[in-house]
Structure formats: structure tokens, C-alpha cells
Design a protein around this ligand. Structure first.
Ligand code: FAD
Ligand code: SF4
Length: 264
């Protein structure tokens, strides 16, 4: 582990003050339980000028009944969420999900806000500076290659008790390597109706056959519309295959994804 670098630490007591502090410093970050953020600061992944500790903001820790549901504050700890009587009784899946995160110590500090807002936890990224440097970093920061999905190889999903990504050096498909079809097809085999595929602007027709496989497995297929696509090749072929549950302009796709993911 590296030493913590210097940064300013603020401890607001209201959400309003927290937002004001955040707006005042361009390179500031919120800090809740710190289970992800502090590790990332020590690893040099995050280099904030200021951290705004939210643990004294009481209004973020409420769990309150609202419109027939429950409003869960961003500062509620995962352990408290998992043990909350109302949530266990009425929203058992939420309690189970919280109870399955990491180990007891992490759940005692980690919050729901941090869980939703944390950065990627990629095996090739959540590493020390020297580890990432010795592996040429990665596309997300300072590097030129994604180690999970490098160019020039197909990416497939293998089933089993823990699904895995497998890189495949087979011939090009649809003149592409990597190609989208084999990724969608193998994902549909493993995840079935939980598969969500999205085809954005691109040349050719790669993705359409994969979309058929996703739809046949009961999954959801989305494509970008013609008006907002630079080239309506891939999304157009997917739309023409008649398998899309929606063909949307680019600016409506994030909202649609968020709505679909609410069900999981
Ligand atoms: C060993 C280990 C195992 C893990 N296993 C799992 C797992 O099995 N499943 C899983 O889902 N997660 C897992 N995690 C991730 C874990 O859920 C998160 O580390 C934790 O929930 C983060 O919460 P935190 O309060 O500590 O966030 P912090 O580390 O304090 O912050 C995380 C991010 O969220 C932002 N943030 C925090 N609160 C707010 C807010 N109120 N508003 C806006 N931004 C905010 C911070 O700025 C930061 O970017 C694991 C983590 C570790 C270290
Ligand atoms: S670019 Fe690739 S290797 Fe880097 S964090 Fe993202 S998935 Fe991981």
C-alpha cells in the first residue's frame, strides 16, 4: 500500500453544505464509508485536492416510508439496509443484495450511495500504481488497451457457476474481429432473459444475428435510431431484424437503460 497523499478534508453537516463545498473545488470528491474511495486514493487512481466526508450529514441516513414505498438515504450503510425490519419484510431482494456485498467489515462502513456511485472494480484497474504501470495501464486511464477486451479478438461469455469472459482468436465474423454477434449470442446463452443488448451507430450488420439470439432467449434488444446515428448500419440491421423492444434517439438511451435496470 502507498501512503495517503495530501488533500483537504471537509466534514459538512448538511447536504446543502456538502453540495456547496463540492461546487467550490473542481477537483473534490465525496467520501462516504471510504471502502472504495480511500483505497483508490492510496493507489493513485483518484488524486483529489479535497475530500468531502458525508458521514456527518444526518439527512442522508434516513430510511422513511414514502408514497407506498421506502426512501433510502444515500448514507445508509449496507449492514443497516440488510438488517432493516421493513426492508427485510417488504423488499427482501434489496436486503439480500445488501447482505451479499463483500464481507461484514465492508458492509459496516460501505453505504448504498457509495455502492451505486463507485468506480469500476475491474481486476486490471483496481490495482496499485506500480502494478498498473508494469501492465501498461489500460484504456480507462493512461493506457491504450483494454485488457478485458483487447482489439483483435472476439469476446465470448462462458457459463458455469461464475460466468467468465473468454477471448477467442477465431476467424473474423461479419468481417469483424472482435464481432458483436458472438458476444451477444454467448451472453444470451448464459444470461437468458436477463440479457440486455444495445447496438449503437456503426457500419455493417454485425449485432443483428446476436440480437435475434438475445430476443429468442427472452432478453431485451435496443438499437439507436437512424436520425441520431452517424451510420445506421448495425443498428439499422438490428431494427430491421424485428427484434428490438425499442429503437431510440441517442439522448433517450441512458434513461431507457436506467428504467430497464430498475427491475433487476
Ligand atoms: C473487498 C471488497 C469487496 C467488494 N465486494 C462487492 C460486492 O460483492 N458487490 C458489490 O456490489 N460491491 C462490492 N464492493 C464495493 C462496495 O460495495 C463499495 O466499496 C461500497 O459500497 C462503497 O461505499 P462507500 O460508502 O465506502 O463509498 P466510498 O468509497 O466512500 O465512495 C465510493 C464512490 O461513491 C461516491 N459517493 C459516495 N457517496 C456518495 C453520495 N452520497 N453522493 C454521490 N457520490 C457518492 C464517492 O465519491 C466515490 O466516488 C466491494 C468492495 C471491496 C473493497
Ligand atoms: S478499460 Fe478494460 S481493463 Fe481498463 S478498467 Fe475498463 S474494462 Fe478494465
Amino acid at each position: 500500500m502507498e501512503y495517503l497523499p495530501d488533500f483537504d478534508l471537509h466534514r459538512p453537516e448538511t447536504a446543502e453544505e456538502a453540495v456547496r463545498l463540492k461546487a467550490a473545488s473542481a477537483n473534490s470528491r465525496y467520501l462516504a464509508g471510504g471502502t472504495d474511495m480511500i483505497v483508490n486514493v492510496r493507489r493513485g487512481i483518484e488524486q483529489p485536492a479535497a475530500l468531502i466526508d458525508l458521514t456527518a450529514v444526518g439527512e442522508l441516513t434516513d430510511i422513511a416510508a414514502e408514497n407506498g414505498g421506502l426512501r433510502i438515504g444515500a448514507g445508509v450503510r449496507l449492514r443497516d439496509l440488510a438488517e432493516h425490519t421493513d426492508i427485510r419484510g417488504r423488499f427482501a431482494a434489496v436486503a439480500q443484495a445488501a447482505a451479499s456485498v463483500a464481507g461484514p467489515t465492508h458492509r459496516a462502513y460501505g453505504t448504498i450511495g457509495g455502492n451505486l456511485c463507485l468506480d469500476t472494480r475491474c481486476l486490471f484497474y483496481n490495482q496499485s500504481q506500480w502494478w498498473r504501470e508494469s501492465n501498461d495501464f489500460c484504456l480507462k486511464n493512461l493506457g491504450e488497451v483494454c485488457h478485458v477486451a483487447p482489439g483483435g479478438k472476439h469476446m465470448l461469455v462462458d457459463g458455469g457457476s461464475i460466468p467468465k469472459i473468454r477471448l477467442d482468436d477465431g476467424p473474423p465474423i461479419n468481417y469483424c474481429k472482435p464481432a458483436v454477434d458472438p458476444l451477444f449470442e454467448t451472453a444470451a446463452k448464459v444470461y437468458g432473459s436477463a440479457t440486455l443488448s444495445l447496438v449503437l451507430t456503426g457500419m455493417g450488420h454485425d449485432g443483428a444475428e446476436g440480437g435475434r439470439a438475445v430476443a429468442a432467449a427472452g432478453g431485451t434488444v435496443l438499437a439507436q435510431d437512424e436520425a441520431t446515428s452517424v451510420v445506421w448500419g448495425m443498428p439499422g440491421a438490428t431494427a430491421r431484424a424485428g427484434v428490438c423492444s425499442a429503437v431510440l434517439p441517442l439522448d433517450r438511451i441512458p434513461g431507457q437503460l436506467a428504467n430497464l435496470l430498475k427491475g433487476f
